[in-house]
Design a protein around this ligand. Structure first.
Ligand SMILES: Nc1ncnc2c1ncn2[C@@H]1O[C@H](COP(=O)(O)OP(=O)(O)OP(=O)(O)O)[C@@H](O)[C@H]1O
Ligand SMILES: [Mg+2]
Length: 510
């Protein structure tokens, strides 16, 4: 923590402009980073945070503007240049090599490192660095064997191995459990105390309040202001970001929960590695009910969701949708039967990255009129529907003819949820639907979910975000190692009780 005027600035960005296909992602942005500071960068989805970070990290070149590191002007041609100047970034989407070990990833691209350096030495260096900074990893493990949280540690260690003085963390906590975030914050504090500087991007305002010294807010690519964290409450920050007061919606207790819409009996599902990831789960979701599934990521969430929607075979057990046995139906037949799905990975699974937004919005309905007539696709139908849905679901940043992957994370999610809602499903299965979304987009998506519930849709909400689960669910189930280990009405749930169950402690056991 520093407010000492004599402290040199770690980084200074002045008048940064960056345009993508006519959209000003950064518009005359100014950003000052002090040494030893944790500096939060806030803004709605698409405000330009990742762009600014990527410019400082040498991934993008600004159209105009100046950058100084420790007082000296710099012009980075690549992330390599930036690292040489002590600036490194952990991207929203990781960039590790899955087939190499932790130690090999650490060494990868390191200038002046003897390539023949043996595995033992590398592993030892990785382990020591991990211990010093509270980021323990198994240095001999291959990246694909690690959880997302562990992969993130490797990304950070990689920067520390290069002795980066400025670390840019783009939404690091979006993929972490509350416990993992706590560990990361401790590391961040330690790094700041050593005199390193950290840029921290997050949509979770209580985290920003907790960990940062200073906040800069971007809106529509422009700097709208900065404030010392101590002088701002989370609700002030939200107002700076979206220009209005926000209140996250929560569910009202519902009187009329209908009959069973999704019935799951004793299902078993295997993981990619052939292990039994879902080990006999039985659950019901009723019409007009939201059932939340809490659990630490990696306890069978992925396999449960994919098993229910038909993307992964069940080894045994059965699934009924509105009284119809769908256990052996194809994905497409399940969609037709009324099964909606919002997966975890938006670009991998949910959307077709190379197609336009309009095409993506029609992706599940395109075989039917009005999109398809006499086996031909009708362009105007895609356009008209696209325009309507883009407005209805407040999807921002769409440029006609350009692929959807250019949208920011929050806007991708709004498109995905909107498309599922449009299919008028009977059952909706959602995984971490507001992960990485800004407060405004979170409000929009939560409202969508609650509206679906009002309409009688049975919602299965699989999330690692306890606040979200408690705000939206009528009933909560906790899963651990592929089994349901607890169930309760939301009224009886506390973060503590859920946390213990999530850690595998069964109730009633001494
Ligand atoms: N490589 C790119 N090509 C085209 N457009 C881009 C590219 N990167 C970003 N954009 C656009 O620039 C704008 C700013 O995007 P950016 O990713 O910086 O936002 P962000 O603040 O990080 O949002 P989020 O909170 O969703 O991560 C958006 O309109 C986005 O669509
Ligand atoms: Mg971003």
């Amino acid at each position: 923590m520093t407010s000492d005027a004599a402290t040199p600035l770690a980084a200074e960005l002045i008048g940064i402009d960056k345009e993508f296909y006519g959209v000003k992602a950064n518009d005359n942005v100014n950003f000052l980073l002090e040494r030893g500071q944790v500096h939060a960068l806030l803004g709605e989805n698409g405000a330009g945070k990742s762009t600014l970070c990527s410019i400082l990290a040498g991934l993008y070149r600004p159209d105009s503007g100046e950058m100084h590191i420790s007082g000296a002007p710099v012009l980075f041609k690549s992330p390599k240049d930036a690292l040489a100047a002590g600036v490194g970034m952990v991207y929203q989407h990781f960039r590790l090599v899955a087939n190499l070990t932790v130690a090999e990833n650490l060494a990868l691209g390191h200038p002046g490192l003897d390539v023949r350096l043996n595995q033992k030495e590398l592993q030892q260096a990785a382990t020591e660095l991990g211990q010093r900074y509270g980021l323990p990893v198994d240095a001999s493990a291959r990246i694909w064997q690690l959880s997302v949280g562990e992969q993130q540690r490797v990304e950070i260690l990689k920067l520390l191995y290069r002795d980066a003085q400025i670390l840019i963390l783009d939404e690091p906590t979006a993929v972490l459990t509350p416990q993992e975030s706590k560990v990361l914050f401790k590391t961040m504090r330690q790094l700041a105390e050593e005199g390193r500087s950290i840029i921290f991007v997050s949509h979770k305002l209580d985290e920003v309040k907790q960990i940062s010294d200073q906040v800069t807010v971007l809106r529509d690519g422009k700097t709208v202001g900065g404030v010392a964290t101590a002088d701002a409450e989370p609700k002030d920050l939200a107002r700076m970001m979206v220009g209005r007061d926000l209140e996250l919606p929560t569910r009202k207790p519902s009187e009329d929960i209908g009959s069973v819409m999704l019935g799951v009996s004793d299902i078993h599902v295997q993981s990619d590695r052939g292990l039994e990831a879902v080990r006999g789960m039985t659950l019901d979701v009723h019409e007009g009910e939201v059932v939340g599934i809490a659990g630490v990521s990696g306890n069978g969430q992925r396999e449960l969701a994919q098993g229910l929607v038909g993307l992964r075979p069940l080894t045994s057990g059965s699934v009924e949708l509105d009284g119809v046995d769908i256990t052996h139906m194809s994905v497409l037949s399940r969609i037709r039967a009324g099964c909606g799905y919002v997966p975890q990975s938006r670009l991998g699974m949910g959307l077709a990255p190379g197609l336009t937004t309009e095409e993506n919005l029609a992706l599940k309905a395109f075989r039917r009129p009005p999109y398809s007539k006499s086996r031909r696709l009708v362009a105007s139908a895609f356009r008209d529907n696209g325009e309507r849905e883009i407005k209805e679901y407040d999807i921002r940043g769409v440029r006609p003819g350009l692929p959807i992957r250019l949208l920011s994370g929050g806007n991708l999610q709004k498109a995905l949820v909107g498309r599922e809602v449009e299919m008028s499903p009977k059952v909706m299965i959602l995984r971490s639907p507001t992960r990485g979304l800004d407060v405004g987009a979170t409000e929009a998506v939560r409202n969508q979910i609650l509206e679906q519930r009002e309409k009688g849709v049975a919602v299965l909400l699989i999330s690692e975000d306890l606040d979200e689960l408690m705000a939206l669910s009528d009933r909560l189930l906790v899963i651990y190692e592929g089994e349901v280990v607890g169930e309760m009405p939301t009224e009886d749930a506390t973060a503590e009780r859920l946390g213990l169950l999530m850690a595998g402690q069964r109730e009633g056991a001494s």
